[in-house]
Design a protein around this ligand. Structure first.
Ligand SMILES: Cc1cc2nc3c(=O)[nH]c(=O)nc-3n(C[C@H](O)[C@H](O)[C@H](O)COP(=O)(O)O)c2cc1C
Length: 344
């Protein structure tokens, strides 16, 4: 794909994601099927709740990270700079969007260094799509992107549905798991695998963990529909059969968390984490971190970096109140016991 087409596509993604039009239409995250178990006999000291959590050796102030979104255009670079400032203020990890545009060119090195610098000491997550790691040069490609972006952790996104609906998409993923395995054993930093809104379930997660990945980010259904984004981009097609395709985020989490007894990995809940109650339910179900994309973009567009900082601080004040009301002094105590499953 030419640099021009990548730029056009990135711009369209940002445009379409600037409002709620690409949200799932008839499917939700499934978190509405859970409620908190109120604990009248709480002995929690609200003022002493500590929400910090380790992320690959880094002490993040909140169990939250900014999901991978964008890069490669001037507008995208501006957004990344603001997100880097936000992540640094909140002391949380920052995801970058796919670095495909930076493969084989030095043209973006200065932009990427500036973002790295703005992020300060917080971890930066590099990102690349599954289609870009199928070739035999995968290890060199990823290692070179790690160097350019100063990434501390690298994320591979699986997006077969998006590829299927994209003009000129990749329709052949033979050898993908082996490619991931190779990358994990040879890349210089930990590898996380994520989806982009159709979800990673327990079976998929187990295969990835067996291959040695260090983290799973569910990116489940119920938030942004990437089928929706591609359908809106390609409005001529008018075919929205796959708009609501995917596994609800709550199901991804409840299945994948059971693998914790056999594998040591970081579990990130994303896909429709749009409010503090949903974030709290995902953490209680067993996610180590929660992450959001489109809602962060909206807050950034509306109120700038400080607006996002304020939003996330408010979210986690609410999470603390939920912990107080459910009797959890620590994130460790904030587990499945505090949830009631209202519907199976
Ligand atoms: C504007 C935009 C661009 C995105 N680009 C990428 C990307 O380059 N790489 C990736 O892994 N995910 C990308 N995503 C997907 C998100 O990381 C996330 O998995 C998905 O949007 C679901 O989260 P949400 O419901 O909070 O939006 C993008 C999301 C948005 C909104």
């Amino acid at each position: 794909m030419s640099q021009e087409s990548i730029i056009k596509r990135k711009t369209e993604h940002l445009d379409i994601c600037s409002d709620d039009s690409p949200a799932f239409r008839h499917k939700s995250t499934g978190f509405e099927n859970y409620d908190f178990r109120h604990f009248a006999l709480t002995e929690v000291d609200l003022t002493r709740i500590d929400l910090s959590r380790k992320f690959f050796g880094f002490k993040s102030s909140f169990p939250f990270l900014i999901s991978c979104m964008t890069g490669g255009t001037d507008e995208a670079n501006n957004i990344n700079l603001k997100l880097a400032e936000t992540a640094a203020s909140l002391n949380i990890p920052l995801g970058l969007g796919s670095l495909r545009y930076a493969i084989g060119t030095n043209g973006f090195d200065a932009q990427l260094s500036a973002i790295r610098e703005k992020a300060g000491s917080v971890p930066v997550l590099g990102n690349l799509g599954a289609a870009q790691i199928l070739g035999s040069d995968r290890v060199e490609t990823v290692n070179s992107l790690i160097k350019k972006s100063g990434a501390d952790v690298f994320v591979i996104h699986l997006n077969p549905l998006q590829e299927l609906l994209q003009n000129g998409g990749e329709y052949n993923f033979r050898g993908l798991l082996k490619s991931i395995k190779d990358l994990v054993s040879e890349a210089k930093i930990p590898i996380i695998v994520k989806e982009v809104g159709s979800g990673i379930d327990g079976v998929t997660a187990k295969k990835l963990l067996k291959a040695g990945v260090s983290g799973i980010d569910t990116a489940g259904a119920g938030g942004t529909s990437w089928a929706g984004v591609e359908i809106l981009r390609n409005s001529k097609s008018g075919n929205s059969d796959f708009w609501d395709w995917g596994i609800p985020t709550s199901i991804c989490i409840s299945e994948t968390v059971s693998l914790k007894k056999d594998y040591d990995f970081t579990l990130i809940a994303s896909g429709g984490i749009n409010d503090p109650f949903t974030a709290a339910k995902a953490l209680a179900l067993g996610a180590d971190f929660v992450a959001s994309a489109r809602i962060i973009l909206h807050a950034l567009n509306k109120n700038g970096s400080q607006g996002v900082v304020k939003l996330i601080r408010e979210w986690f004040e609410t999470v603390k109140r939920i912990m107080f009301l459910t009797g959890a002094q620590t994130l460790k105590e904030f587990d499945k016991k505090i949830l009631i499953q209202t519907q199976k």
